[in-house]
Design a protein around this ligand. Structure first.
Ligand SMILES: [Zn+2]
Length: 318
């Protein structure tokens, strides 16, 4: 399945960092998986094998790379994951402190809050992406920022599931890094993720330009975009990045006609794209040095859409 996902990513031309994910138990108390969870079940041996096989299959493929996923503290015992972690060279992702219930269960079973426990038991560093990390104490905010890990924020999913708001202002004031992700597939839009992130913070803190660190003036959109881009490339394990020799040629051209005002300049374009556009204002996308989207249309859109619809019909048994 991992190899098939990689083939699909290459066929449409999208960068992929695959995260084979350890999922071994039903809860902190070590209870077995429920029937509905059994399809996720993996062992450290299986994950290690998928990582090494995909890594060697994709060694010459710039669009594809491999990291490691630990599903959550609830589903993974950090002790059984320790060999995987020490062998791991790419990024490591874990969903953590996603809901209050998880925090309560973690405190009840290990005597510490999830991020506090993770930071104390494992060498969390800049390879790590802590997805959600919504429910943090002040010392967890500081510890996570200090670790160099990326907070993998998924504001649309977190809003959709009613899970809470990440403490962004104290975290960025401590120098914390963040990226954005989709988590569920309820709506895939990086622009809307950034808008939801910023507006959630404004509503919660009753301030404006809530994400900008203290003493920082300027464009909220530009700042959010650059922070999320840097956090995202770290979370994907991309080392060289941007308009530099040796980096993968990934570019996105925005469509001025879809922005609310003409003649916008510099960061005002990003402010308008994030806060003022009804649809993603994307015109062209270059990925791995090849144009994949021209004039708002994926070059292979008809065939991809037809194959997707065909597959969904089979899965739904229609
Ligand atoms: Zn999640």
């Amino acid at each position: 399945m991992s190899l098939r996902v990689g083939e699909a990513a290459q066929a449409v031309g999208i960068g992929l960092t695959l995260l084979p994910t350890l999922y071994e138990r039903g809860g902190f108390d070590g209870r077995p998986l429920q029937e509905a969870q059994e399809r996720f079940a993996t062992t450290p041996e299986l994950i290690g094998r998928i990582i090494s096989e995909t890594r060697s299959a994709w060694a010459e493929t710039p669009l594809l790379s491999v990291g490691l996923g630990l599903h959550s503290l609830r589903a993974v015992d950090l002790k059984t994951a320790s060999d995987l972690l020490s062998a791991q060279t790419g990024p490591v992702h874990i969903h953590v402190a996603e809901q209050q219930k998880e925090v309560e269960e973690c405190v009840a079973f290990v005597g510490a809050r999830p991020v506090e426990y993770l930071l104390s038991q494992t060498d969390v560093d800049e390879r790590w992406c802590l997805v959600h990390a919504t429910h943090l104490s002040a010392s967890e905010v500081a510890g996570m920022a200090r670790s160099g890990a990326v907070a993998g924020l998924c504001p649309i999913t977190e809003a959709n599931l009613g899970d809470g708001l990440f403490p962004l202002a104290p975290y960025v004031n401590d120098g914390g890094r963040f990226g954005i992700g989709s988590d569920s597939n309820v709506l895939i839009s990086p622009w809307e993720e950034l808008r939801t992130l910023e507006y959630g913070q404004r509503l919660f803190t009753q301030t404006r330009c809530a994400a900008l660190p203290a003493e920082t003036l300027g464009s909220t959109g530009g700042w959010l975009y650059r922070q999320a881009l840097d956090g995202g490339r770290r979370a994907c394990g991309l080392e060289s990045w941007g308009l530099v020799a040796g980096a993968r040629a990934d570019l996105c051209v925005l469509d001025e006609d879809l922005l609310p005002l003409p003649y916008l300049q510099d960061d005002a374009v990003l402010d308008a794209a994030i806060f003022g556009s009804r649809q993603p204002p994307v015109k062209d996308v270059l990925c791995g040095g090849q144009w994949r989207v021209r004039d708002g249309r994926h070059l292979n859109r008809d065939a991809v859409t037809a194959a997707f619809r065909r597959t969904v019909r089979i899965l739904l048994d229609l």
